[in-house]
Ligand binder design. Structure first.
Ligand code: TXE
Length: 485
């Protein structure tokens, strides 16, 4: 194993071993085999990272915005320069097709840095004049050390979505990527050094949720926590942070509806639904896993949708032309298979997929593959239709009326996103208003403008990320009131 294969923590600008000297295997999902080691860090490493972040805070928070911006822009440029290296690393680490990492994950990580680097150059401070009495202005100051915890499905994309706004506004950070997908976070540290980010501004501690994640959420000197991951974990993060009155943003799971009305442009709706169902093997919190189709076009939709889905090529993620790679881990694969079995027990009809496929090649003989799976004939209220599967499995259900489908859409504990396909503008507005989700896409999916508020309702989370919301989340508003004498 080369030194490149042994991932290290990044604390105070240095690559360091975990204090306990322990490592975990980092598995390549496409092969099922370990290909690198990831630190199995613990609270001692978090302690060192917090100390470094605290030490760096006074200097970084006083660094002029223009200088912070310059460094973040440099990081964005360097990610772009190393696009191929990062895309390969992300594909190997997650099992996602190389083309997806190259076309979406890594460019978006670069955009995240660029977006917040420039956003901080264009902020305004509010002022409130109290008639004849006083003048108020609002300072928005960085809050100190931020704890940033991210999941495995879009590793660098989601971690940079937190790191960039946190440090852009002058905080320092202790970040923890998922222990399943640590590689691109490790590579990012080298670029931060090259870009001239001062030591201690960004610290990355690798390890498991219970050891490192919990140490971050419980640490009294980390006052701000931004978390993306599963809903059950989000609950633990909230429980740990509440007694310490931490400011917490939670971006959690989804069970998103994808609604196709009879008047939709069916060609576009089918193409969009194939993406929203199976992009990244269905492992995107925004995937539309519950497809609802108006009865009069239901049969046509199901047959055309199945035809399109059957054209998706499952294969070695590193090969060209592959649409479906591997599932991130054995545990996640088992979870997906459990839900497909449950669907059978609940009376579902497996229209497509549902069985472990043959390995795509010799290299991937032990890989974690599962085909795009389409299920019909399930009641809206069954578990498969209510619980987050987070894999390449979707259900299709017919509906009779607008009222009925709105009821179906809202009848889950989640509320992250939704898609609505219709040519009727009034209906689009009406339905968008009534669906309980943080984002409603009309005639599209995953169109992301980094300025818009992003987050979930109900058990999909608390708080919003993106644009102004992120800048506000990572700062503390302070009102200064000057008497008019
Ligand atoms: O995620 P976890 P898991 C959903 C999806 C999946 C399920 C479980 O349904 O099947 O969650 O996945 C860290 N304190 N999503 O277990 O555990 C962990 O190390 C602090 C949806 O892999 O939520 C990782 O860095 N942190 C989702 C991060 O939390 C803790 C994306 C997320 O992992 C912790 C991923 C603790 N006690 C899974 N325990 C989405 N909506 O984007 C774990 N972590």
């Amino acid at each position: 194993m080369t030194s490149f294969d042994k991932i290290q923590n990044f604390i105070d600008g240095q690559f360091v071993e975990p204090g306990g000297g322990n490592y975990l295997d980092n598995i390549e999902p496409a092969t099922g085999k370990p290909y690198s080691l990831v630190p199995d860090s613990d609270a001692r490493d978090v302690e060192l990272a917090v100390a470094a972040a605290e030490k760096a805070f006074p200097g970084w928070s006083r660094t002029p915005a223009a200088e912070r911006s310059r460094i973040l822009l440099r990081i964005a440029d360097l990610i772009e320069r190393d696009l191929e290296k990062f895309a390969h690393a992300e594909s190997i680490d997650t099992g996602k097709p190389l083309s997806l990492a190259r076309g979406l994950d890594i460019p978006r990580a670069s955009s995240n840095f660029r977006f917040f680097a420039t956003a901080i150059l264009h902020t305004e401070n509010e002022a409130h004049v109290t008639d004849g009495v006083a003048f108020n202005y609002t300072l928005r100051q960085p809050r100190g050390v931020a704890g940033l915890i991210s999941p495995w499905n879009l590793p660098l994309y989601l971690l940079s979505w937190k790191i960039a706004p946190a440090i852009a506004v002058g905080n320092t950070a202790v970040a923890k990527p998922s222990e399943l997908t640590p590689m691109t976070a490790f590579l990012l540290c080298e670029l931060c050094r090259e870009a001239g980010l001062p030591d201690g501004v960004l610290n990355i501690v690798h390890g498991t949720g219970p050891n490192v994640g919990a140490a971050i959420t419980e640490h009294p000197k980390i006052s701000t926590i931004s978390f993306t991951g599963g809903t059950m974990t989000g609950r633990k993060v909230a429980e740990a942070g509440a007694p310490l009155f931490k400011k917490i943003s939670l971006e959690l799971g989804g069970k998103n509806p994808n609604i196709i009305f009879a008047d939709a442009d069916l060609e576009a709706a089918i193409a969009g639904s194939v993406r929203s169902s199976f992009a990244n093997q269905g492992q995107v919190c925004l995937c539309g896993s519950r497809v609802f189709v108006e009865r009069s076009r239901y049969d046509e939709f199901v047959s055309r949708f199945k035809e399109k889905v059957s054209q998706l090529k499952l294969g070695d993620p590193l090969e060209l032309g592959v649409d479906q790679g591997a599932i991130v881990s054995k545990t996640q694969l088992q979870k997906v298979m459990y839900y497909v079995d449950l669907a059978r027990q609940e009376g579902g009809k497996i229209e497509l997929g549902g069985e472990t496929p043959l390995p795509p090649n010799e290299r991937c003989r032990e890989g974690y593959f599962f085909p795009p799976t389409v299920i019909t004939n399930l009641p809206v209220s069954c578990r498969v239709n209510r619980e987050e599967i987070f894999g390449p499995v979707i259900t299709i259900t017919p509906f009779e009326s607008e009222e009925e489908v709105i009821r179906y859409a809202n009848d889950v504990e989640y509320g992250l996103s939704s898609s609505v396909w219709t040519q009727n503008l009034s209906r689009a507005h009406r339905v968008a208003e009534q669906i309980n989700s943080g984002t409603v896409w009309i005639n599209c999916w995953l169109v992301r403008d980094l300025r818009v508020p992003f987050g979930g309702m109900k058990q999909s989370g608390v708080g919003r990320e993106g644009g102004e919301e992120a800048l506000r989340f990572f700062t503390e508003p302070k009102n200064v009131c000057i008497a008019k004498c």
